[in-house]
Design a protein around this ligand. Structure first.
Ligand code: IFM
Length: 444
């Protein structure tokens, strides 16, 4: 594989999905704690992240696993409520010191820390004040970004402001399946706006407190294809692309929301000064791309404003999430990002798959489908590199089987198996594949 010897090979996780220790050492309540504990249960099997992978206590063991894999970098997120239990104001020394220890241990293992500020675990105290719908959320985020980057700014190699702000805005405020569980498109656009403004402000703070670090953002991006060549299906694809991809990409890289989408969404757009979003267009060192699958859509008279339906592809292979396996989409997406936005660099900040892995047998977990998925997507990255896309690293999602949000622990994305009762770790066959991949790519 023609990956440069400087290419960073990593793995990714997020705080709520792995840490556990939800009520320990002064951590405040997050919106996900509240969501998981609200009846009737909204999470498969009524599960929660209370203990998760118990990474809070086992981080040393996890870093030893990473070192055995030969990882160059580790992407994790910081739990805002561990740092500021009420969201603003009082700092929690024990929470800060946990991330100090984590970062130091990573550095000692020769692994570059990549930290995401916000991977969805908003302090509940801030949700009680309106969450991302409150314009003050921009200042709250700035205060948090300042506190954590003052503490870790001398040691973290890469920072991401948000992980997948589209999910926070639209899945949380429009599709209602994540906190705060709203079904209100106007609210979703308002949340998206504040997330974008908060990103702009946080980047400036990270630059000040961590002048040597790389700064970026991680977006969930998915190329959209029309189901047929009919003009109406092309229009549907353009709209879905506008909704899913361009609603964040255009403000971040061009300082304005996409015109076609502003026109389409006009009746739902909140009374906001949309031009203020130009503050989100600050120079970034990298764009983080989280890629899992593609979208295929057709025009459908039905529901406004998008008027489209998703078209499943007959006989297409899918993961345990029901997501089509379509590696070509990653190449298409990366080339398109280069052509339309020319980011300084790209990291694949998430890519991976859930499969119904068999249970461990004699200490081995056979997961050939995951190996095939990773191989195919790494060759898709290789194809993009060959076309001049500046991809500088790849973070597999995920290091560990973990709490997959509303799916609880049923969906396993890890290259390392986590026993649901003992939480013991067993690297799967895909972990060996990844270790060999890293070793051979780094050898030349
Ligand atoms: O587990 C999630 C992660 O938190 C964000 N990106 C997608 C992953 C798989 O659904």
């Amino acid at each position: 594989m023609p990956f440069a010897s400087t290419f960073l090979w990593g793995a990714a996780t997020s705080s709520y999905q792995i840490e556990g220790a939800a009520r320990e050492d002064g951590r405040g309540e997050s919106v996900w704690d509240r969501f998981c504990h609200t009846l009737p249960p909204r999470i498969a099997n009524g599960e929660t992240g209370d203990i998760a992978c118990d990474h809070y206590h086992r981080y040393r063991e996890d870093i030893a696993l990473m070192r055995n894999l030969g990882l160059h970098a580790y992407r994790f997120s910081i739990a805002w409520p561990r740092i500021l239990p009420e969201g603003t104001g009082r700092l929690n020394a024990a929470g800060l010191s946990f991330y100090d220890r984590l970062v130091d241990e990573l550095l000692q293992a020769g692994i570059k820390p990549f930290a995401t500020l916000y991977h969805w675990d908003l302090p509940q105290a801030l949700q009680d004040r309106g969450g991302w719908l409150n314009p003050a959320s921009v200042e709250w985020f700035a205060e948090y970004a300042d506190a954590i980057s003052r503490r870790l700014g001398d040691r973290v190699h890469g920072w991401m402001t948000h992980n997948e702000p589209w999910i926070v805005a639209f899945v949380g405020h429009f599709f209602a399946s994540h906190p705060p569980g709203l079904a209100d498109l106007t609210a979703a656009c308002q949340a998206a706006h504040h997330l974008l403004l908060a990103h702009g402000v946080a980047v400036a703070i990270l630059r000040r407190n961590a002048p040597r670090a790389q700064v970026g953002i991680a977006l969930n991006l998915s190329p959209v294809y029309p189901a047929t060549a009919a003009a109406q299906d092309e229009l549907a694809a353009r709209r879905q692309d506008g909704f899913l991809n361009r609603w964040f990409l255009e403000p971040l890289f061009k300082g304005a929301y996409p015109d076609d989408m502003v026109t389409l969404l006009q009746p739902w757009l909140p009374a906001l000064d949309l031009t203020a979003v130009q503050a989100a267009a600050v120079p970034l060192d990298f764009l983080g791309v989280n890629y899992y699958s593609r979208n295929v859509v057709a025009f459908d008279e039905g529901e406004l404003p998008l008027q489209l339906r998703h078209v499943p592809q007959p006989h297409a292979p899918v993961t345990a999430m029901g997501w089509e396996i379509f590696p070509q989409g990653l190449t298409d997406l990366l080339v398109r990002l280069k052509d339309d936005y020319a980011p300084t660099a790209i990291y694949i900040t998430e890519n991976g798959a859930a499969f119904d892995d068999p249970p461990p047998h004699n200490g081995v977990v056979e997961d050939p489908q995951r190996i095939a998925y990773l191989q195919a997507h790494l060759s898709a990255v290789e194809k993009a590199l060959a076309q001049g896309v500046l991809v500088q690293g790849y973070f597999v999602w995920s290091l560990l089987d973990n709490f997959e949000w509303t799916h609880g622990y049923e969906k396993r994305f890890g290259i390392v198996y986590v026993d649901p009762v003992t939480r013991d770790r067993i690297p799967k066959r895909s972990a060996s594949f990844y270790r060999q991949m890293i070793a051979s790519a780094t050898a030349h």
